[in-house]
Design a protein around this ligand. Sequence first.
Ligand code: NDP
Length: 263
Amino acid sequence: MQLFAIFGDPVSHSRSPLMHNAVFKHTKYKACYTRVHLKDGSQLRETFFRLKLSGANITVPHKEAAFNACDEIRGFANKVGVVNTIIEENGRLIGYNTDADGFMYAIEDFQNIKKVLILGAGGTAKALAARFLEENFYVEVLNRSEGRLKFFQDLGCESATWNDFKVSTYDLVVNTTSAGLKDNALPAPKELIEAVLETTHYAADAIYGKVTPFLALAKEKKIPYKDGADMLLGQGVLANELFTNRTLDKKIITKYMQQSFLL
Ligand code: NDP
C-alpha cells in the first residue's frame, strides 16, 4: 500500500485527499492520501521520509521550500523554482510543477487572452507568469510588497506594488494571493481592484471552494469568472498521473476527481 499526502499551512481546506482517494478507490489502486499540517517548510524532507510517503503535493506556503527539499527537479519546475508535486524514486525526491498546466486547463474556454494581470508574487504567481510567457501573453504582476518582484522583472514581466501601480486594460486578471483564503480580504486596496476589474474581460482566482471577496466583486460587475476548482482539478490529474506512474488513463482520473467534487 502506498501513502501520499498534501503538505500545507493551512491544509484542512484542501480537497486533494478527496480527489486522489476517489481515484485510488475506484481504480482499485492500492494507495491512500492524507493531509499533513506543516508549519515549518524546512521540515518537509524529513517529514516526507519519516511518514514513508511515495509522493506528495505541496500547497501554500511551502512550494518554494519544496523545490529546495528535492534531489532532482524535472520539467517546468526548473524554470520557476516552485514545486507542487514530489515523487520518491529510489530514496530520492523528484520535484515537479503541475499548477501552471492545471491553470491553462482551467481557462481553456476564456477567449483571446493576450494580456494578463497577476495579483500576488508567490509560488503560484511565478508558475503562472512563466507559463503565460510561454503562450506569448503580455504579463504584469501587482504585489503588496516589493521583495518578490525581481523574479518577475528578470523573467520579462511588468511589475508594480500597490504604491506605484498604474491601471491598464487586461484580458484576464488572476488572484494568486492568499487574500480571501482564511479571511475576507481583497488582494489589494478596494479602489485598485475595482479599477482593474473595470478594464478586464475575465477574472480568475486560484482559491477554490468559496466565492472570495475578489470574485464577489467580479460577479457584481458581471465579469465572467472562474474560481480555482478547475485549476485544482487540472493540477490534480497531472499529479495523480505522476503518483501512479501513468498506469491510469487521464480521462478516468478526471472523471473520478470530478465526481469527488460532488461529495
Ligand atoms: P505564497 O505564500 O507563495 O504567496 C502568497 C502571495 O499572496 C504573496 O505574493 C503575498 O504577498 C500575497 N498575500 C498574502 N496575503 C495577502 C493579503 N492579505 N493581501 C494581499 N496580498 C497577500 O502562496 P502560493 O502562491 O503557494 O498560493 C497562493 C494561493 O493560491 C493560495 O490561496 C492557494 O490556496 C492558491 N492555490 C490554488 C491552487 C489550485 O489548485 N486551485 C493551486 C495553487 C495555489 P507578499 O509578497 O507581500 O507577502
